[in-house]
Design a protein around this ligand. Structure first.
Ligand code: SAM
Length: 225
């Protein structure tokens, strides 16, 4: 991945005009999608790993090649760090085999979130690094905060960190979290920080500004804003 990338280009200049309406509609309902067999199998692997050695859970949703998952496993010793990505092609590029405190799953994040929430499991930390931006305004509902599974993400709790090279995406995410009753912070990622993922490295090399949203979902009370 050596090519430089262009900044996100969108026909949307400001917060999406339907953001509040769509997020509030999703917050009033419980997302229960049909779960495909490969997602059930991936979830079983997660449960087996936790059953063999119960530990707090760290999620690296949309992990791509899992470079970030391996790095996070070093940062969160004593936790089970689970990288989830739907692309077998990306996961196949993971360097080396998984350590004993991390696991890579080929699965849809929404399905794994749904199964974790069903079983009452919570995350200690949840990383969402450079999710697909879906920059066209018409695609709001494909963004993490515009999707029907957004309430599941909130239910999983933990210290949440979402990063993007599109400032508007991070701000929209922050507004959606605020609508759900959680206060967080939007800031620019410091330029001296070590790259956590391959996309982060690519965007930094391309000179993009990187943005981060952080909140402690276990420490804020829904409806307190
Ligand atoms: C822009 S890449 C970022 C990858 C990685 N987090 C990084 O920073 O290098 C977005 C990733 O999300 C994955 N993805 C998109 N939708 C997904 C979904 N619903 N469930 C799981 N993975 C998904 C894609 O396969 C892709 O690897």
């Amino acid at each position: 991945m050596h090519t430089l990338s262009s900044p996100v280009s969108s026909n949307q200049r400001h917060l999406h005009p339907r953001l509040t309406e769509i997020v509030q509609r999703h917050l009033r309902t419980t997302h229960r999608g049909e779960i495909a067999a490969h997602n059930h199998a991936a979830y079983e692997a997660l449960r087996d790993s936790l059953d063999a050695r119960p530990r707090p859970l760290v999620l690296d949703s949309f992990c791509g090649t899992g470079h970030s998952t391996a790095a996070l496993a070093g940062r969160h010793r004593g936790h089970l760090v689970v990288g989830i990505d739907k692309s077998a092609r990306r996961l196949a590029k993971h360097p080396g085999s998984a350590d004993d405190n991390y696991l890579l799953l080929r699965a849809d994040c929404e399905a794994i979130w749904q199964l974790l929430a069903r079983d009452g499991l919570r995350a200690a930390h949840h990383y969402i690094l450079y999710p697909n931006p879906w920059p066209k305004a018409a695609h709001l509902q494909r963004r993490v905060h515009g999707h029907a599974s957004f309430p599941l993400l909130i239910q999983l709790g933990g210290v949440l960190e979402l990063r993007s090279n599109w400032q508007l995406y991070v701000e929209e995410f922050g507004v959606a979290m605020h609508l759900a009753g959680h206060r967080g912070y939007v800031s620019r990622l410091a330029s001296g920080d070590e790259d956590l993922s391959l996309f982060e490295r690519k965007y930094r090399k391309s000179g993009h500004e990187l943005w981060v949203y952080t909140a402690n979902l276990s420490g804020t009370v829904s409806g307190s804003v």
